[in-house]
Design a protein around this ligand. Sequence first.
Ligand code: ADP
Ligand code: MG
Length: 257
Amino acid sequence: MSELPGGRINKVVRVGDTVRRRPPGRPDEAQALLNHFEHHGWTGAPRFLGVDDEGRQILSYVPGWVPLPRLTRQPADRLVAPPGVWSDESLAGIARLVREFHDLTAGTPFAEDEETRCHNDLTPNNTVFADTGNGTYRPVAFIDWDDSTPGPRIHDVADICWTYPSARFAPDRPEPRAMGRLMRLMCDAYGLADCSELITTILDRHDGTWRGIADLADAGHPGYQLLRELGAVESGRADHEWTTTHRAELERALRDG
Ligand SMILES: Nc1ncnc2c1ncn2[C@@H]1O[C@H](COP(=O)(O)OP(=O)(O)O)[C@@H](O)[C@H]1O
Ligand SMILES: [Mg+2]
């Protein structure tokens, strides 16, 4: 048994080909969602394999490379990405994976009366990248489905258009024009018909993220208190400010490609 690095909210351990974790709240819906994906043969998420003697979720271990969160106390060994992780092709692959699970849940009870089922936490550190055979890495699966809810497609699209391209520039701030081009690339790969609300949605999501962390930390949740100590609230506010400052350039690049 080995503890997997990267978990800041959950302690996650690997046991053979499985992962054991105890998510907060009621995991039933997220587990049913994983079963739905399995039923449809979609391999972009771990399989839910049951509950162990200690009451932990058993999930299939998805082999590959998972980036460490930028804000972490753990050694920075996984901050250097293998080849191809931040390539245009990988970013397009992220968008296609999102499109696949959105289409698999739209119109089902998982979407309730919303457009689809959103993952709501699509970040590099919840993504498994795997070697395609020639040493080039591509995204293969998303993990950490606990926060998924019914929602509009653009919520997840806005998140991916921010989190993955900005990871490509990290630790520097993105270059706005290049960032806008990558956002456009991801919207096109997803097939988002109308990008006009994208930047507004990204700004709302930045706000929601830092406020959510602050609220849960205030409510005494240790995982979120750690995130706050690591600077996640300031970081979310800074992302919002950067996006506001560069909005016009981002929108121009989004329009012109
Ligand atoms: N099914 C899985 N396959 C492979 N690695 C996993 C899997 N689930 C979790 N991990 C690893 O464990 C770490 C933390 O898991 P995660 O479920 O994202 O926890 P947290 O809720 O704390 O973010 C991830 O960064 C990843 O390295
Ligand atoms: Mg995670």
